[in-house]
Write a protein that binds this ligand. Structure first.
Ligand SMILES: Nc1ncnc2c1ncn2[C@@H]1O[C@H](COP(=O)(O)OP(=O)(O)OP(=O)(O)O)[C@@H](O)[C@H]1O
Ligand SMILES: [Mg+2]
Length: 499
């Protein structure tokens, strides 16, 4: 009612001309209808109102036009542009980033003005020069390696004359539940007519990544729930640098190569294309080094899981094995660790902080096990393994990589001193010395206890005596294992190496 009164009062001050026929009730108690008050003619003849309407009309037209332009532009964009989104989870993500950072010729008029990689980000890795040169020592000079990549935001690059690519690198606000890291995407936008360039970009990026990794072996390790490269790719280790006993290396390498060549045979017979190897033996005999060198020889990477690590659970192992990085050798170190944890899952599904034995078996050839796989298992304790683990299908070939033999010691000598020991006299002297010390485990002398040494220990001795044959022979006693338990119980026969 109060509102009606106010309307009435204000309208009265307008003094409408009588010809408009606006009927008003003189009685304020009579309710006024909107129709009776807002005669259109009156309103339009009112300059304030007409001006307002005009402005509103203009605003509406502008908004309408703007919306039209936006949807027109969107339509045009849809019709004329093509977007390719690469997620960080895809291997191509890093390849394309590295490819984008390549130097380009931006000499054209347009190119000079619009192409620019803004917001660069840098990844720095350092390495000690003294350490790399074998000098050791802390606080020495370091060599820094900077890898510049396009940072977050929008960039434009010229792929080749007339072909431009808009790049948008974005970090999403959501995070991956697996890694806790934010999702990242890279979107490349090209003109529709240049869509055939997409394949070119990815092929070039892949070739660039391969060139970067040429001569290198990538080692992947489990990071949270995914595989992630462990440090930078390492230089390939030559197969010749790992010295196993006569014929052992060749036997394994030939078997792996035969397997790789027989994929069709497996497919034709509907058998899973998998092969497992178990390398067992004492520590420091070259098991891990051999697998790394083999991967280099085959141009494969290594996907490594240490089963004794806390946090590698059955579920995680199964998941990791189903998503092995392409062209990689699976390396399961210390498989005996899973045997310790023979416990099955609890009623609530909890399988403990480490892999159980059944978890390992399932991951190796259960339903969830991935096809197309070469697996190497290693252990220092073959006696702890269960026959179920080493049955064909899980482990197809078992090889003992044992203590150093005279053959290996001689080969290693040649690798380290071959260039200075031209007549081989030094090698003979060294072998004789090891024999005297009973280090080949075949001593017939009752006064000399039988014992063994490892190739790792011989390598250590040679590295310590670089270019010094006599020094190596003199220090050979240091090869005697430190915790040596004599076969006879007499304490006198116990020989201890200098600490
Ligand atoms: N047979 C070998 N030929 C060449 N180098 C060797 C050999 N055995 C050991 N080494 C050297 O010794 C070090 C340790 O070797 P590696 O890690 O391969 O041993 P491992 O058998 O895997 O030991 P572990 O059972 O403890 O894991 C490496 O630096 C490697 O170069
Ligand atoms: Mg090892």
């Amino acid at each position: 009612m109060r509102l009606a009164e106010t309307c009435f009062a204000s309208l009265e001050t307008f003094k409408p001309p009588s010809h408009v026929g606006l009927t008003m009730s003189a009685d304020p108690q009579t309710p006024l209808t909107a129709q009776s008050i807002l005669g259109l003619d009156v309103l339009f003849s009112n300059p304030v109102f007409a001006g307002g309407i005009g402005l509103a009309g203009l605003g509406a037209a502008a908004a309408f036009a703007r919306r039209g332009v936006i949807s027109g532009a969107a339509l045009l964009k849809r019709q004329m542009l093509v977007n390719i989104e690469v997620s960080k989870r895809d291997p191509a993500y890093n390849w394309v980033l590295a490819w984008l950072a390549q130097p380009r010729d931006n000499s054209g008029f347009l190119a000079r003005r619009i192409t620019r990689l803004r917001n660069l980000s840098v990844t720095t890795s350092t390495k000690s020069i003294e350490k790399a040169a074998g000098g050791g020592g802390e606080g020495g000079r370091t060599h820094a390696d900077f890898r510049v990549q396009p940072g977050f935001g929008r960039h434009i690059i010229r792929h080749r004359p007339g072909v431009y690519i808009a790049v948008n690198r974005e970090k999403a606000s959501t995070t991956s539940t697996a890694t806790g890291e934010p999702h990242e995407t890279l979107t490349l936008t090209l003109l529709w007519q240049h869509r055939n360039v997409i394949a070119e970009v990815f092929t070039e990026a892949h070739a660039l990544a391969q060139r970067f990794h040429e001569g290198k072996t990538i080692v992947y390790a489990a990071r949270r729930m995914e595989w992630a490269p462990l440090g930078k790719p390492r230089l390939k280790r030559p197969l010749g640098s790992v010295i196993l006993d006569e014929g052992v290396k060749e036997r394994i390498v030939d078997d792996v190569k035969e397997f790789l060549a027989a994929q069709q045979w497996y497919t034709d017979r509907g058998v899973p294309y998998r092969r497992g190897y178990l390398l067992y033996g004492p520590p420091g005999t070259g098991k891990t080094s051999f697998i790394q060198a083999l991967a280099g020889e085959l141009d494969y990477s290594v996907a490594m899981i240490n089963l004794s690590e806390i946090g590698i659970t059955d579920d995680l192992l199964a998941q990791l094995l189903t998503q092995l990085p392409e062209k990689s050798i699976l390396l399961l170190e210390d498989v005996d660790a899973a045997l310790v944890n023979r416990r099955q899952r609890d009623a609530d599904g909890y399988s403990g902080g480490t892999v159980t034995f059944s978890g390992l078996l399932n991951a190796l050839d259960g339903l969830a096990a991935g096809e197309d796989r070469i697996a190497f298992l290693t252990t220092n304790h073959i006696d702890r393994l269960d026959p179920a683990l080493i049955r064909p299908g899980r482990v197809d070939m078992m090889v003992r990589i044992g203590e150093a033999t005279p053959y290996q010691a001689a080969q290693m000598w040649d690798r380290y001193y071959g260039d200075i020991d031209l007549d081989g006299a030094g090698r003979e002297k060294f072998l004789k010395r090891l024999q005297e010390l009973g280090l080949f485990g075949d001593s017939q002398d009752p006064d000399v206890p039988k014992r063994h040494t490892s190739t790792a220990a011989i390598q250590g001795l040679f590295q310590f005596n670089k270019g010094d044959m006599e020094g190596a022979i003199k220090m050979a006693e240091g090869l005697i294992p430190r915790t040596f338990e004599p076969e006879s119980s007499s304490p006198e026969s116990m020989i201890k190496s200098p600490a």
